[in-house]
Ligand binder design. Structure first.
Ligand code: G
Ligand code: G
Ligand code: MN
Ligand code: NA
Length: 253
């Protein structure tokens, strides 16, 4: 309850910030973009993990306002990067609750316009559960976003109610292998098979696959030779502040 009260005031008090985790092309070894991740520094509790407060924000609806702030701030950052010669794609997590807002498509496009970000530079990450509630409505909105040039990624792939038929109907370009399958990729046969299956699925549906939670060189090597296109994880970099991200890009080769 107290958390809920604090959450309602956190935005106004400037307690949120974003960190950015680089996404690396396993083919070109280049940084192709970054995922924006929300952080809340609570005045007393310190850093509250998103896993703790996002479900609360989704239940009481504050995620709509918070999510809009995330989108705005991400676009502001992307514009700043572009202005300094780093036109990177930015991936933003979109809650199912946000996707359900009737004006979400217009809101996203207006935000891009305000910051003069071409739609092709934004990627929206949706979880499978986000798709499933009111499938028709979600498909229609994602079609509109995609039609405008925004790319769509399915986050946490393999952990939800995956159905191959809905994937075919969805206008998605990327699927993200959840980090739980990457963690033990090389030590657990089931996880190896699951990761392989997702990579093959990506191939047959012509989607590129992003592996998240890549922590070792061996995992990177395996994923590359197996045909996974993009990776992110501590092996490359933790999520970084804007300043640290800039430095990371400058040093990366
Ligand atoms: O940053 P971290 O790996 O701790 O994130 C944990 C979870 O919180 C992830 O599932 C991530 O998708 C989610 N998350 C992080 N930032 C945002 C955000 O801005 N909006 C939403 N809806 N979820 C986020
Ligand atoms: O959006 P999603 O729920 O997938 O968010 C990714 C989460 O994974 C973030 O909370 C991020 O901090 C975390 N993360 C990113 N890279 C790694 C990694 O290499 N290992 C682990 N354990 N977590 C990671
Ligand atoms: Mn994500
Ligand atoms: Na994920």
């Amino acid at each position: 309850k107290q958390l809920e009260k604090d959450l309602a005031q956190a935005l106004g008090r400037g307690e949120f910030h974003l960190v950015y985790q680089p996404q690396i092309s396993l083919q070109s070894n280049r940084i192709i973009g970054a995922e924006a991740l929300l952080r809340w520094s609570h005045p007393d509790r310190g850093m509250v993990p998103p896993d703790h407060f996002i479900p609360v924000a989704e239940l009481n609806g504050t995620i709509v306002e918070i999510g809009q702030w995330v989108l705005d701030e991400s676009c502001r950052q992307a514009a700043a990067w572009a202005a300094s010669g780093m036109p990177l794609r930015i991936a933003v997590n979109l809650s199912a609750v946000q996707l359900r807002q009737p004006d979400i498509v217009g809101t996203i496009l207006a935000t891009l316009g305000r910051h003069e970000i071409p739609p092709g530079r934004l990627e929206v990450e949706i979880t499978e559960t986000g798709f499933m509630e009111n499938l028709e409505d979600a498909v229609e909105k994602l079609r509109q976003l995609n039609g405008a040039g925004i790319s769509i990624a399915v986050d946490d792939f393999g952990t939800g109610y995956s159905s191959l038929t809905y994937l075919k109907r969805m206008p998605v370009q990327h699927i993200k292998i959840d980090k739980q399958f990457v963690q033990d990729l090389l030590t657990n046969d089931d996880d190896t098979r699951i990761a392989n299956t997702i990579i093959d699925l990506g191939k047959s549906l012509n989607l590129s696959v992003i592996a998240e939670g890549v922590e070792t060189h061996e995992q990177e090597f395996y994923l590359r030779q197996r045909g996974c296109q993009i990776a992110q994880g501590y092996h490359f970099s933790r999520p970084l502040t804007p300043e640290a991200f800039r430095e990371f890009v400058a040093q990366f080769h």
